[in-house]
Ligand binder design. Sequence first.
Ligand code: B3K
Ligand code: ZN
Length: 883
Amino acid sequence: MSARPENAPVPTRLDDYRAPAWRVDTVELTFDLGIDSTEVVARLHLQRDPAQDQPLRLDGEGLELLAIALDDHPLDAGAYRYAENVLEVDGARDGSVLETRVRLKPAENTALEGLYLSGSREAGFLLTQCEAEGFRHITFFPDRPDVLAKFTVTLRADRTRFPVLLAGGNPDGAGELDDGRHWARFVDPHPRPSYLFALVAGRLEKLERDYVTADKRAVKLVMWSEPNVIDRCHYALDALERSMRWDEQTYGRNYDLDVFHVVATHDFNMGAMENKGLNIFNAKYLLADPDSTTDDEYRGVEAVVAHEYFHNWSGNRVTCRDWFQLSLKEGLTVFREQSFSADMNSAPLKRIEDVALLRRAQFTEDAGPLAHPVRPSEYREINNFYTATVYEKGSELVRMIAGRLGREGFRRGMDRYFERNDGRAATIEDFLDALGSANDIDLSPYLAWYAQAGTPRLKAHGRYDSSRREYTLTLSQHTPPTHGQPHKQPVPIPVKLALFGQDGRMLALHLDGRAASQGNEAVVILDRAEQDFVFRDVDQPPVPSLLRGFSAPVILECDYTPKALALLLTHDPDGFNRWEAGQQLAALAFDALRDGTGNAAVDAWCGALSALFSGESVDAALLADLLTPPGELVLADRQLEADPSRIHELRRVLQQHLARRLGAEPLYQRYRTLAAQTTIDLDAASQASRRLKRCVLELLAMVDPERAYMLASSQYDQAPGMTDRLAALGVLVRAQAPQATTALAHFRARYDDNALALDKWFMVQAQIPGEPALERIKALESDPKFTLKNPNRARALLGVFASANPSGFHRADGAGYVFFAERLAQLDALNPQIAARLATAFNGWKRLEPVRREAARLAMAHLLARGDLSRNLGEILGNMLQD
Ligand code: B3K
Ligand code: ZN
């Protein structure tokens, strides 16, 4: 079966990389801004690579060329050609200046790439999104990240309609023009690639603060939003300041412009964008207030603000040579954000959250037809590669390397990386080389991690020899084949470990071959297919705690007994591994329920948790995480042929066992205690108690639904903030409790004008499990507030349905697939990036049971056969269906 459409574009390959034949030293851009028509004049000061004899070729997509001149002489029609998104110009020399004038139509741009309108024609504003290849939708340019140019940008527009004019860089003058128009100029002293270009123009309100960097630069920090939500920018501004301080203290990195602008928009394809000096944010990751923002979302705002800010060094000052190196900036920046968030909040909780995301999004990606290496070797549409693999697995690779070098060694290596590559477009090799050479360590073995797709399996087997008082741990690794990579080589896997005695105490470690004792914890590195590690002076058969803190992104296969896991769940002081032991044990319990193989694992899991629940030893937030079994997507990964409805049911049965063991009355009492402490504060303890309360309420609903719904209903009514309100609504709606209707109607009326809160109203209904979901989704589509044109809204309803509601989406009759494929086609005509992203919900289709598998395949094949799909969606479906 050939799934690829005939007209698929030729892939871009890493091996074909060539340095640019033409560079741009400086570029002057002048915009005459209008909603229906904007004119852009670009003057490019060109540099030719004398070693390459290539004509001048510039990227440009969908541009209406109005005028073109070379060295101030207008060009004859015969002296240039514009076809297939390339402008070829004759006669250019080193030092030539090319001037083009083009027209854009921002209001018609529904793809939200290039220059577009956010909001209504009357009240909305203009903005840009360029990464990865959006700049070519704005003007002709060598639109690749290794062309770094100095940008001067002049914006001109009607003063009443566009009172605020912003572009990246430092402000460099502003003034009045004729006819009620005005202008503003911005100059960026730092050469930068075109993907970091940005402008914003419209009626915006601001919130500002003065900041002085560690190296004494005065910086204006300014948050911008539409006037009605500017009050919700305070938290983000605080988070920005915290991020700036942290980067100074942790990495010695200072901010480098006089201004730092951040703008919120409700119309955005992604979370946020790190444009130099002018970050643009999806409002979801910038606006926050207790009435409309949950605790999880607050942490999301802090994390994304930090992430984009950290890009100023890891991404902007040091950028990527080509898009294959994307993880160079993204993996590293995710790692920097994760360390920051761990420092600001609870480190173990952050680690649990990140690993849960890695498993849900990246392990599933790696196990399906879209699997690709952290550094892919080819792509057709680069926007399809902003994936969990590039981001989250990429971050895990940096974490392993940082662990290998130690805190000081890593800092030394990062200093060298920034120093060597500042103002350059770098590669993954440059990164490993800088870190390694600063520490006299060869890090090149880690390149295999970047090059191989698939999640390595780490097998661990322990043997205790009582006569020799030795414990031998045999570790071996194996990475299953993925498309195009039938054979994998071993990768270095750092395994942080401890050994526990039967009484739950950690044993002192004496690792054979190492001089001193290792204390209670050691790191061993498995860098071949199999290796033995021998521990001496072990006086009893130990229980190993492996991969502590999740020291490598692998799947651990260890023949733990339920009893051993229960011991770790009860005693392991490493919060992450304690949670991990609970997850493994819950998975064993799940398997036992599925296969009807006895109660040992279920009893061990419920027993250990019940002791922790009634004791005082575990903090409330961690307890909530411990009480939550792995999600349906992660459980599906354990099945050879997954039936999502059955997984949903079995997971509920597992939760019922737990709830019965904890007991309806103790759950109720705990709920009352937590409810009595309710506040609206954001401190860790208040957040933890809300988190546990939600979890207890959900468990109570498993054993005493009537009482739980009454409590949920009054929690909904009395909630001081969104976390409690949404938690209560979620319990009622997912159970389709009688009280759900009133609560939903109330929520709808109350948040009618609050887009982000309204998204949650759609989301919570998109999560109704099982058969009823689809009918509800269809009904919600005719809600006047539903639109496919707004990415957040489309994701809230369709994205959540397909990606976060397995039992609803994967109906046995295939109706979910047919419906979803139809919507993808509609969405693709408007916004290919969003359509392609949502389509990845099909990723697990090959591991479904046969009836669903065939239904999913048919729906995708049918969609692909239309032949009019975007490159984005076409590539995803083509890969999905490849043999
Ligand atoms: N760099 C942007 C993502 C751009 C996505 C383009 N499709 C946000 C970030 O990772 O910080
Ligand atoms: Zn990023």
